[in-house]
Structures are given as C-alpha cells and as structure tokens.
Design a protein around this ligand. Structure first.
Ligand SMILES: Cc1cc2nc3c(=O)[nH]c(=O)nc-3n(C[C@H](O)[C@H](O)[C@H](O)COP(=O)(O)OP(=O)(O)OC[C@H]3O[C@@H](n4cnc5c(N)ncnc54)[C@H](O)[C@@H]3O)c2cc1C
Length: 391
C-alpha cells in the first residue's frame, strides 16, 4: 500500500505505474480537483481553458510520449510565440526572422552573416554569452536583445537582476540562429484533444487507485498506520508501506531550516465577444505593461467560437496562504537551503529502509518535492524513475 501526496502530473504518473505493478495506492490532494497546475476545464463557449496558465506538451523522450499517449489523442499544435518589441510582434526566441523584421535590411544581413560565421546555423546562443562577444555589431545585437527582451522581462518575471539568477534560468533565453519560428523544436509536441484533466481522469481510473480530494497531508498524517489500543491497525487508519510526497519539502519539515522561495503569478481571465483577440496562442510583453504574457486558449485546439478567452499573466511574489507556488527561484542561496532539506530527507529514508518494521520510507519528487522547475515531460520522467526505485 502506497500513499501519494499531490495529484499533479508527478503524483498521477507514479500512482498509475504503481497500480499497474499491483500496488494499492491512495492519492490525496488538498485542492478540489486533480491535475495540479496542469488542470484545465471546458467553459460555456466550448473552449478548453488552462486554469494555471498556458500548457503545451513537448518532449524528445519516446517512453514519456508513449506513456502519456495511452490516455489521449493529440492535436498537432506547434507553439509559436511572438513578443511586442518596438511596436512590432516579432518571433520569440529572437531569431533570424526577428532580426530582419526589426532592423534595416543591410544591418540585418550583416548581423545574420556574422552570427552564422561565429556560431553556425541552428544554434541557440544564450543571450548572456552573446553579450561577451568582441565584435561590435554582435555586441550591438546582444545589447538590443538584452535591453528589449531580456532585461525588463527578467525583472518583471523574477523581481531580480538577471545576474542574480542561476545561468540555468537565464540560459533559457536564447538567440536562435535559425528561421524556425517555433518555440520548441522537440520531436513530440501537442495539446491533448480532450484537455489535460481528461488525461488524469483516465490515468487514475484503475481499480487499485483511490483518490481523496480536499485532503491536506497534515490532516491525515496522524492516520497513517495508526494503531488501536491493542497494537492492531485502527479502523480509520490509512495503511502505508511507503509515502511518495510531491508537495513542498520545506512544508513537510515545518520550515525548520527556513522557507524555500518561489515566484508566483496572478492570472486575470477575460472573455471577449469577438472571434480572436490575438494572432498566436501566446504573446509576450517584455517591456510594456506589468503583465508578461497574454494567452489565448482557442488557438491550442483550433476551436471555433464567436467568443474568446484570454489570460493576462502577472508575476508576483509567492506568499503562503495567499497564492500558489509556481517557479522555484534558483540561485546558490536557495539551493543551499534546499540541500539541507534534501540531506535530512535522505538520512530519514536510509533510516526507514534499515528499520522497515517501525518507520515508513518517504520519497520526495515533483517540482515542489525536488524544489526544481520541471516541464511536464520531465515531471513524468522523474516519476517513472522514482517508481523504479520504490517498486
Ligand atoms: C505558468 C506555468 C506554465 C507552464 N507551462 C508549461 C508548458 O507549457 N509545458 C510544460 O511542459 N510545462 C509547463 N509548466 C510546468 C508544469 O506546470 C509542471 O511540470 C507540472 O505542474 C509539475 O507537476 P507536479 O505534479 O510536480 O506539481 P503540481 O502540479 O504543483 O502538483 C502538486 C500537487 O500537490 C498538491 N499538494 C501540495 N501540498 C499538498 C499537501 N500538503 N497536501 C495535499 N496535497 C498537496 C497540490 O495541490 C498540487 O495539486 C508550466 C508551469 C507554470 C507555472
């Protein structure tokens, strides 16, 4: 018997895989719905709206793609993002097409030639690396992109100067030396035809899986392997040979080393009486306005409707009890704090494995358990690896 905390994509994947191996699984979530931050719903206009912001599935991992494709058919969506730069909507990441759109023809051609000569074709150069170049024209390009796309966007998104973030985060903002306007180049991409929630309903639809919603771990913790006066399992006990925990690791340990910082977002959803609001599913606003992006949901499945739904995305600090944890803030200080929790979790796991009669092994995973940003495919990959370890 396994108890899983969190019915997001991580918890649901683990639940299904364990159930198929014959384990009995109880999965709990404090929210009133399954799916975690991948949850979506169909609104009155027949549009599938992603409640926690736009989600596009993309992966190169065939095993992950095959697994999730057991629960859905796909709309073959290829994600293209545009950003409002100098009053024009240009492809993001900034690529050769963006250069030709924004700059006069001669300058654009010179920049293209120098980029190709220096780095080659079909290469993504992190913007901070481009800034280090000696060539005057490329430095001009680097400064332009830094100012117009990267700097303000990063400050809005993280409320930090770019230099204060881990290069793993800043490295995600590249210049793409290519004419490919797609945001992702992965082999497998798409939007689930019936939405993400339908995937999770099918994933959890297994005789070995019990789902409990509106249930906080803190509320059932005392019931796990609870015994009655005679040493037998109490009638209201929740039997567990292992706990898989995809909630926040710092919360599990009552914040004893301190709180792990996250960035949150506010989504303002608006419905308009018109067919379309914008040309693409996602438009970025790196410089203007306090929101960072606007997502328009009907693009994802090519839905036809006289009305349209969009979400304005406003980054904000995560405050416990007020909003949700979205993005771990990756830097050395926070990583050091997380390492303390990780070391404690590992020591306790070893102790539990050495004394299985009296202690239950607890495994942390998912974006909150590992304090790590995972795309959906990486969250599935991590859950698959964990199930191999546990089973
Ligand atoms: C704005 C935004 C856009 C994104 N877009 C994309 C995208 O386009 N493509 C992509 O691949 N990925 C995207 N992602 C990433 C994607 O959302 C994550 O990969 C995914 O949500 C991770 O799933 P998870 O199960 O690890 O965590 P979560 O989805 O957060 O699930 C954890 C669950 O645990 C529950 N929980 C927490 N604590 C407790 C507790 N104490 N008791 C009970 N339950 C608890 C929570 O309620 C939650 O349901 C995006 C993320 C964000 C924030």
């Amino acid at each position: 018997m396994v108890v899983i905390i969190g019915a997001g994509i991580s918890g649901n994947t683990a639940a299904r895989l364990l159930a198929e191996q014959g384990h009995h699984v109880t999965i709990i979530d404090k929210r009133s719905h399954i799916g975690g931050n991948c949850y979506d719903h169909w609104d009155d206009n027949g549009i599938c709206v992603h409640d926690y912001g736009t989600h596009i599935f993309h992966t190169d991992n065939r095993q992950v793609w095959d697994f999730i494709s057991r629960f859905t058919k796909w709309y073959p969506f290829q994600h293209k993002v545009r950003g409002l730069i100098d009053g024009q909507l240009v492809p993001i990441p900034f690529n050769l097409n963006s250069i030709h759109q924004v700059f006069p023809a001669k300058l654009a051609q010179r920049l293209e030639d120098k980029l190709l000569e220096t780095f080659g074709y079909n290469i993504k150069v992190p913007i901070l690396k481009l800034r280090e170049t000696d060539d005057e024209d490329l430095r001009f390009l680097a400064d332009y992109i830094y100012r117009n796309i990267f700097s303000f966007y990063t400050q809005k998104q993280w409320d930090l100067n770019p230099e204060d973030l881990d290069p793993a985060v800043t490295g995600r903002v590249p210049v793409y030396i290519s004419k490919d306007n797609r945001y992702f180049q992965n082999r497998y991409q798409g939007i689930p035809l019936e939405g993400y929630t339908a995937i999770f309903e099918k994933m959890l639809d297994h005789p070995n899986i019990t789902v409990r919603l509106k249930t906080k771990f803190e509320d059932i913790r005392h019931l796990i392997n609870k015994t009655d006066g005679t040493g037998n399992l109490a009638s209201d006990a929740l039997k567990a040979d292992a706990i898989l925990y995809s909630g926040p690791i710092d919360e599990y340990y009552s914040y004893e080393f301190g709180e792990l910082p996250y960035r949150s977002e506010r989504f303002d959803f608006l419905t308009f009486d018109r067919e379309y609001f914008q040309s693409e599913a996602v438009i970025n606003y790196p410089n203007n306005y306090t929101f960072t992006r606007i997502g328009e949901y009907k693009h994802f499945l090519g839905t036809k409707s006289d009305r349209t739904v969009v979400s304005y995305e406003y980054p904000e600090p995560f405050i416990r009890g007020k909003n949700e944890r979205y993005y771990p803030i990756v830097n050395d200080t926070n990583q050091a704090l997380y390492s303390q929790y990780k070391a404690k979790a590992e020591a306790e796991l070893e102790a539990a494995k050495a004394n299985p009669e009296n202690k239950i092994p607890v495994y942390f995973f998912g974006r909150l358990g590992d304090y790590k940003y995972y795309d959906m495919d990486k969250a599935i990959e991590r859950a698959m690896a964990l199930v191999e370890e546990v089973a």
